[in-house]
Write a protein that binds this ligand. Structure first.
Ligand code: HSE
Length: 442
């Protein structure tokens, strides 16, 4: 039985690996809070302990719960501290975090980060640097919170060719959409709750505008297909335009709306990567993934369909991933072993071009309630060879205009765009079309 001592959950006789923490907001505080209990387990299972030996925070005057060691305001001191063997970067953003990551790698100290923006936007610089310096980067906490999906991709599924991957990978957006669907909450209230629960990014626009999910999709794409997409080229759409009305219409059509990331090969050298509010069938297991929970579904040629579900955000779920990375990094250090094997990008695979995507769509129009309008719209779809799989038109009850909702068969984005432009020019069209993706995930 492990004899624990002090606040660290450590047995003083055993090996301890020194950890330096840079940034100590919601996630860092969660890590500190969870370390003693986790340490006892890691010690029992792996035979060593973890000790935070140095912490850097930007503003020393900011009040926070007591920290286990002396705190400095210069991150360079953490990296140069001889007692620090592993650096955990939790500052967020892509500028300071890049400098920190680069300095840690140059100091030959393994880096652990939860920073998806850093990896997705600057991974093409950082990953080769880590390889060149033979110093590993661990980033399980960057995607899907407590779900160990990156480890599953790089280890458990390493022998599989991946036929496709989809995910609900932003906890904040899923929380907001769930509150809207289940409790009829309005968008702003639901967002405030997500912030209060510690799910949202410091800049919550990253969550609701789909950027955070796209960062994670890029990382999943890197591990699944061996290439990191050019981040600026990923089509990204967030949940701001999803209304309670859309949630209700989708439901009537047998679907729920989720912010969904898609990563799938469409040709041997082309992969589609995107993030958008998407209708998925209400009977699909992902439709029951509510609140802060995330889910990642993938299809391996050997394993078949696999789905992971778990808490996608929050200090405890993120601590779970950080502590797993810390345990792996410490074990590799102790055993003098290299870090995780990561794909090498050879530039042969790329993303599909703009407008090349083919899919099904939900379209909500607002039109004058007059005879012949539905026929005109249907005529435009017919001319563009777009099939209609379902139509919904609630009664106007004297309002003058009515919503007209279509579920469309498979079509190219280019044909849809053409049809929507023609529809917008109809004299009876009253508002811009709302368009969402539809995925059957079958
Ligand atoms: N803001 C993120 C989310 C935190 O809501 O999923 C986890 O990356």
């Amino acid at each position: 039985m492990l004899e624990t001592e002090g606040d660290l959950g450590l047995n003083r006789c055993m090996d301890t690996i020194g950890v330096g923490l840079i940034g100590c907001g919601t996630v860092g505080s969660g890590l500190i809070r969870n370390l003693p209990t986790a340490n006892a387990l890691i010690a029992e299972r792996l035979g060593f302990g973890l000790e935070i030996r140095s912490i850097a925070i930007r503003n020393l005057a900011k009040t926070r719960s007591p920290l286990p060691v002396k705190v400095v305001d210069d991150w360079k001191k953490v990296i140069s501290d001889p007692l620090v063997q592993i650096v955990v970067e939790l500052v967020g953003g892509t500028e300071d975090s890049f400098a920190i990551a680069e300095a840690a790698l140059k100091a030959k100290k393994p880096l652990i980060t939860a920073n998806k923006a850093l990896l997705a936007e600057r991974g093409l610089q950082l990953l080769p640097l880590a390889r060149k310096l033979s110093t590993p980067i661990y980033f399980e906490a960057s995607v899907a919170g407590g779900i160990p999906v990156l480890k599953a991709l790089r280890e458990g599924l390493v022998a599989n060719q991946l036929l496709g991957l989809h995910g609900i990978i932003n906890g904040t957006s899923n929380y907001i959409l769930s509150q809207m669907a289940e409790k009829g909450s309005d968008f702003q209230n639901a967002l405030q709750q997500a912030k209060d629960l510690g799910y949202a990014e410091a800049d919550d626009r990253l969550d609701v505008d789909g950027v955070d999910a796209a960062h994670k999709a890029a990382i999943l794409c890197f591990l699944a297909y061996g290439f990191l997409p050019a981040f600026r080229e990923i089509p990204i759409e967030g949940i701001r335009h999803v209304t309670a009305q859309d949630v209700s219409f989708a439901r009537q059509l047998g679907y729920v709306i989720k912010l969904l990331a898609i990563v799938r090969p469409v040709r041997p050298d082309r992969v589609e990567v995107r993030v958008a509010p998407t209708l998925i069938p209400v009977r699909h297991p992902m439709a029951s993934v509510h609140g802060v929970f995330n889910a990642v579904g993938l299809v391996g040629n050997l394993a078949g369909p696999v789905q992971f579900t778990g808490r996608g955000a929050g200090p405890d779920a993120t601590s779970s991933a950080l502590l797993a990375d810390l345990a792996e990094a410490a074990k590799n250090l102790r055993d003098n072993a290299p870090g995780p094997v990561l794909p090498r990008t050879d530039g042969k695979i790329q993303m599909i071009g703009k407008g090349e995507s083919v899919g099904r769509f939900y379209l909500r129009l607002q039109v004058e309630d007059r005879p012949g309008v539905l026929a005109q719209v249907a005529g435009i779809f017919a001319a563009e060879k777009i099939g209609i799989s379902s139509v919904l038109q609630p009664e106007a009850h004297g309002a003058g205009t009515v919503p007209l909702i279509f579920l469309l068969e498979l079509t190219s984005e280019a044909s849809l765009e053409k049809a929507v432009t023609l529809i917008s020019k109809l004299p009876n069209s009253r508002a811009p079309a709302r368009i969402f993706r539809v995925e059957d995930l079958s």
